[in-house]
Write a protein that binds this ligand. Structure first.
Ligand SMILES: [Zn+2]
Length: 251
């Protein structure tokens, strides 16, 4: 079964590569002819990451009950060109964007490496980089773009002197749960650990990686689960953040 699904995924990859040879290719951000990402859209990702947790519902610091926020770094606002590029990268048709976002992820890891050193006081613990869970449909199709991004971020963090391990252990609930009614899904857990995860490996500093943060509900659920297993969730790294109304972070 696993061999079969790998074969199907490979055929799809080859198919989409052939498609990109046959169809005219445009910049994923603005459509400029005959280039994967144009110079201007490339520039949208070449800036220092910004802290954006204060614009989320679930990750901002809260007074009642007293709860510290989770540092979340993002490179771009999730709108316009960056939004179109992320959606194309996650879709099936633009596998040619993978090297671009791998490079963006590496740079993000490099930029966050120093910030992380300041956050982690005392002897530097190993840093465990965990991709946020992908839905089971995406996992079946083996379109694990967030896991690819996490590997790139981990490599960037590693280049700044951190000892880094990247593991893909966070899962959404089983496919069977999607046959339940909406209310049953709401009451079930949003995130679980993959079977055969060694919980002892989680007792260290953790950096979560996701493509986009909006309310922060998924990252908050990951933090809750990981803390129950003794993890110190130090922060999260995302490509883009949905700007809040009248956003001060993204003008
Ligand atoms: Zn462009």
């Amino acid at each position: 079964m696993r061999v079969l699904s790998a074969l199907v995924a490979t055929c799809r990859d080859v198919g989409s590569d052939l498609t990109s040879l046959l169809l005219p290719l445009g910049c994923a951000g603005c459509g400029t002819w005959d280039v994967v990402v144009c110079r201007r859209c490339r520039g949208l990702w070449q800036q220092r990451p910004r802290r954006c947790e204060s614009e989320t519902v679930y990750l901002a610091a809260q007074d009642h009950p007293a709860r510290p926020g989770l540092p979340v770094w993002a490179l771009a606002p999730y709108r316009g060109g960056p939004r179109r590029m992320v959606l194309s990268w996650k879709g099936r048709s633009r596998t040619d964007l993978r090297p671009f976002f791998a490079a963006v992820g590496y740079g993000l890891g490099v930029a966050v490496g120093g910030e992380l050193t300041r956050l982690l006081t005392g002897p530097a613990p190993p840093v465990l980089v965990l991709p946020a869970p992908s839905g089971w449909r995406r996992r079946l199709r083996r379109q694990l773009v967030v896991a690819d991004l996490a590997r790139a971020v981990g490599a960037g963090l590693g280049s700044t002197g951190h000892r880094v391990d990247v593991q893909d252990v966070l899962r959404t609930p089983d496919a069977s749960l999607h046959r339940l009614g909406a209310s049953a899904r709401r009451t079930s857990r949003r995130v679980r650990l993959a079977r055969r995860t060694d919980p002892r490996s989680l007792r260290t500093a953790v950096v979560l990686v996701d493509d986009v943060v909006t309310t922060g509900a998924t990252l908050a659920a990951c933090r809750t689960l990981l803390r129950e297993h003794g993890a110190n969730v130090a922060g999260a790294v995302v490509l883009a953040a949905t700007p809040g109304p009248g956003s001060a972070t993204w003008q």
